[in-house]
Design a protein around this ligand. Sequence first.
Ligand code: BES
Ligand code: MN
Ligand code: ZN
Length: 512
Amino acid sequence: MATIRPSLAFAAEGRLMEISVRRSDPLDVACDALVVPLLKSDRVPRVLRALDTALDGLIGNYLAAGDLSGKAEEVLSVPTRGIEAARVIFVGLGPDKEIDAEGLRRAAGRAVGALAKAKAERAAFLVPSLRRVAAPRVGQALSEGLALGSYRFDKYKTIDESPPELASCELIPLDERQAADVRKGTRVGQIIGESTNFARDLSNEPGSVHTPAWLAQQARNLGRELALRVSVLAEAELRKEKMGAILAVGRGSAHPPRLIVLEYGQKTASRSRPNIALVGKGITFDSGGISIKPAAAMDEMKHDMSGGAAVLGAMRAIALLKLPLRVVGIVAAAQNMPDGEAYLPGDVVTSASGKTIEILNTDAEGRVVLADALHYASRFKPTAVIDLATLTGACVIALGSECCGVMGNDEKLIGKLRSAGDRSHERAWPLPLWDEHRKQVKGTVGDVKNTAGRHAGTSTAGAFLSYFVDDTPWVHLDIAGTAWTNKDQAYCVRGATGFGVRLLLELLREWK
Ligand code: BES
Ligand code: MN
Ligand code: ZN
């Protein structure tokens, strides 16, 4: 299967699919397969009449016979004669009045599947013009779908069952006047798609590989390739900063914690430029620690650094798109393990803010590392703070896997996240964070305690975090239900999803 490998040393090693936009007659595009998106219809659309004629009325015949209808996610792959393309792959878009960017993303993802089945290496893709989706958005959604849909994490597979790489895909706008707009969107979509895949690659690595030090090295590599300043606080610096919280969580592990900091935007950039802090939970494996988790599905806890991975992926896209902002990305990386040195239930740890945290359950470790990371963010005097964390099982129970939870101290910022979520289809749904929840996490021995029990577990986790942010606008995204998936979807295979990259970029590209 075609694999986009922007990742680990993303430019050097990269086997990237080349996505380009070209004006051309669909009949003349020489390629292994031509993808033809089709709105739901029982007649051959006007823009495809010439193609239909060249194909001897094939489209009309299939429509009449009911083999083709244009319904969403329909795929029909047929070898052809009469045109330059060796094969045509029809993908359904659904009804004209329902198609949106997500529908295009899914259609592109389905097309990638059919291209793989056909062992296509060079593809072309007809780009429809739609009433409901503007041309740049069409280009963006299609290239996101192509990039995300081609992703496989197969570096550990030695028995090769994968078809050849999809090396290139040419997008051919059916309305030639839209070529420039489609091209603009395509560039954005490819960067966002590949940056999401970068985040997925980080998260899919085994816990024994993507240790805090390894993650820090990936950040340094990113910094070398892009306009990012990267600094890493190792144990000595963490101690100097009095980061007793992240140090406590990492203490039971042979792989000590790191606080990874990436800065984007000229140091000299105008102070009036917005300055956004992105903070990610980077628990590289969450065994639960002394409050150890049951064995079932514990393997999935390698993904407990997905918030951090999303921050790294977003920083990559922000830098490549040269957004007119200042952004600092902070990843709190630690491995949560039980051993003779491990932190204990009943311990009281002093965070960098000076506030003390009473540990009641060592498995509520994410909020503990975030306490130090959120406090550290404040030294950058951000205009807004956004954290992403696979924080609570309770969020998975409450919201499932179609959206993340969002809460914070600023209704306007929460609204912005929700709207960016709707537009990117990485949706965010609000959960309450009230003074009552803040009271519930007050400690008996320490200032705050790291769990208030099972009731409203996502809200009390958010309330805990709120003690470590000042009155800067702040939102917390609980991505526990969305960071990975156990089933293959239209443009996302099983494993890490990279959730958050699209959402953050949708928000930040239009930040005012
Ligand atoms: N990383 C987990 C949360 C999680 C669970 C994410 C399942 C995705 C799927 C987190 O560190 C955790 O263990 N939280 C505990 C908190 C509890 C002890 C208060 C939980 O949710 O059970
Ligand atoms: Mn845990
Ligand atoms: Zn965790």
